[in-house]
Structures are given as C-alpha cells and as structure tokens.
Design a binder for this molecule. Structure first.
Ligand code: AMP
Ligand code: ZN
Ligand code: ZN
Length: 340
C-alpha cells in the first residue's frame, strides 16, 4: 500500500489500515508518537484541539486579542492560518493574515498565489499583502547583492522589522509565526552546541514584547512537522512546496533536523516531551542583559543606538530606511482600519 507520508512521528497511508480511536471507523493516519490511529476527520479535529490546548497551556492569546498571522505560503504557516481561522470565533480573537512579497522570482510568485488562494478560502480572516519593494525600494535579491551577510539572516531581520512595525500601527496584541517543533528544537540544539544559551529562551512558545515591540507567539510550538504536513495533505490546505533559492543546502539546521528525526524514530515522542520540558525550564537559561532602548532614527525597540534594520538599510541605501518604512506602514494600517 502506498504511503503518502512516511514520517518519524506520523504516517499517512493512501488507504485505511487501522481503526480510529475516536469513532472506530477505518483510519489511515498513524500517530506513532501517540500510538494511535485516527480517521481523516478526527485527525484534523485532533490537531485543531492540540493547537487550542497549546494556546491555553502557554498563555499565548487572550479573548479580544488582535493577532497578526505571518503567512509565507508554505505548509506550516498555511496550516496555522487554517487552524487559527477555525478557532478564532471560539477563542474570541481577530485574525489578520499578512504576507510579505520578498520578490524572490518564481518562489515569491508561487508563495503569493498560495496566500491569495487561502484568502479566498478563509472569508473571516482579514488578509494583507505587503510588497518589500514598495516599502523599501528593494526586493530581497537587491538587498543581498549590497551586503555580505547570510541571506536568511537579512531576510529574517527585514521580515521581523516589517511585521513588528505593522503590529505597532495596528495595535495588534501578538504576531504568530508558523515555526513548528522540529525547527524550534533544531535551533535549540544548534544553540546548545554553540553554547549560545541566552538564545534558547527566545525559542519558547511566547517571546514577550520588550525585544520586538509586540509579543511573538508560536502556536505550533509542540506540533511535529509531520503533523503540519499531514494536516495540509488531508485538509486540502492550499500551499506551495517551492523552496527558496537562497536557502543553503545541507545547513547545520538541516543536519540537526535529520538527526532529531532519527532519534524520534528510535524513541517515539522523545521530541515532544523534550520540547515541553524546555518550555517549562526557559526561566533557568541565561538571558542577555543588554537594556532595551529606542532606535535614534525610527523609534523601534533595540538594544543599540541604531536598530538592525536602520543600520542594514543605511549600508545599502545610504540612509536609514526605518522612518520611511514606518510611515508607509502607518498609511497601510490606516487604510486597513477603514476597510472594517
Ligand atoms: P522561515 O524563516 O522561512 O522558516 O519562516 C518562519 C515563519 O516566518 C513562517 O512560518 C511564517 O510565519 C513567517 N514567514 C516567512 N516568510 C514570510 C513571508 N514572506 N511573509 C510573511 N511571513 C513569513
Ligand atoms: Zn474517527
Ligand atoms: Zn531604526
């Protein structure tokens, strides 16, 4: 029988092979880490409820919150958008899905189409497209030509700045990203190996707002990557599998992720218990002591005189772009408020 997903934590067969523990009907989803079979319908429900429990367990959101969901168009953030849109009424939260067009050729085209498709599907979610070139005058490949820094670090910095600035203007309570447990734990192991222990608290389910203007939350903190993939396949979630051409091949994170999969296959559920223990012991890790202030150009929080976005753009454009970007985002936020 064909196997649609042959993961360390979840397997999905093309046809039923077991009985659903909820309803007894034929089931094709095997949760290896929970030693359970689920039918398609009950798997989708299981994952939604698992995320809902995580939101409560880690105190990620409160009734009345305005939550920005950062959506890349890939399976993880699209699954997140699907799950949160299904829970939003019950949880009493307002969702604003935001996609940033980074202008990375075909990859960005496909990401944008997937996002647009999702916006048609989830009618209750407000959708917002931001264009990096309209905001800064540059797309990501132009930025990368001008600085000698790893692509993912420039991209992450730019995206974080834009999402933070938007959250400030919209008065959003938090920014939710689609990071899942496998990625988070791979970063944690990498930071452990380098003994950058003060980075580990930043990998928790919630990062409080002093560092980034608003709270950052990771609702998929205790969700296996296999689960997001299975959810996207079974739930028919629109997403793109396009891979960013700037993503380094065989990065240290990739190697560590594969190692963690091997460990999970040997000892099912080890990764989830480790992630949950880490979430409970974040207080015991050292934290960087640098006091937070405001960027002298754009006013966004930073531990230096000039924020990393303003210093990056100063090197590229000859002037810090923070103030211009913030004012454009202010206009966009005002228009979005009028659309209500
Ligand atoms: P990555 O750094 O590509 O693994 O992405 C991590 C998370 O950042 C994703 O799960 C999304 O929540 C968010 N993200 C990535 N790319 C974009 C984008 N182009 N627009 C909005 N959010 C994004
Ligand atoms: Zn069932
Ligand atoms: Zn700045």
């Amino acid at each position: 029988m064909a196997v649609l997903l042959d993961g360390a934590a979840v397997k999905v067969y093309s046809e039923p092979k077991g009985r659903c523990i909820k309803c007894g009907r034929p089931a094709r989803v095997r949760l290896l880490y929970a030693r359970a079979w689920l039918c398609d319908e009950h798997f989708l429900e299981y994952l939604r409820e698992k995320v809902a429990r995580g939101l409560t367990r880690y105190d990620m959101i409160r009734r009345g919150d305005k939550v920005i969901v950062a959506v890349s168009g890939g399976k993880d953030s699209m699954t997140l958008m699907d799950v949160l849109s299904g829970l939003s009424t019950r949880l009493g939260i307002e969702l604003i899905a935001v996609h940033i067009n980074l202008g990375i050729g075909d990859f960005s085209q496909q990401s944008l189409s997937a996002f647009r498709e999702a916006c048609k599907r989830y009618q209750g979610v407000k959708c917002l497209e931001l264009d990096l070139k309209e905001l800064t005058g540059f797309y990501l490949p132009d930025l990368l030509k001008a600085v000698r820094r790893p692509a993912c670090s420039v991209c992450g910095l730019v995206r974080r700045y834009i999402l933070n600035a938007l959250a400030v203007e919209l008065g959003a309570s938090e920014v939710a990203t689609g990071h899942h447990m496998n990625d988070i734990m791979a970063y944690a192991v990498k930071n452990f190996l380098g003994q950058n222990l003060e980075q580990i608290p930043k990998l928790g389910p919630v990062v409080e707002g002093e560092e980034s203007a608003v709270r950052r939350i990771r609702p998929l903190f205790d969700v296996y990557e296999d689960e997001t993939r299975a959810y996207a396949i079974i739930g028919g979630v629109p997403y793109t599998s396009a891979v960013c051409p700037f993503k380094p091949r065989d990065s240290m994170e990739d190697v560590i992720k594969r190692m963690l999969e091997t460990i999970e296959r040997r000892s099912p559920s080890l990764l989830i218990s480790s992630a949950r223990k880490m979430a409970e012991s974040l207080e015991s890790y050292p934290r960087s002591e640098r006091p937070m202030g405001r960027c002298k150009y754009c006013g966004m929080p930073t531990s230096r005189e000039v924020c990393s976005f303003c210093s990056l753009t100063q090197a590229i454009a000859g002037r810090p772009l923070g103030p211009e970007v913030r004012s454009k985002i202010r206009d966009i936020a005002a228009k979005l408020a009028l659309m209500r």
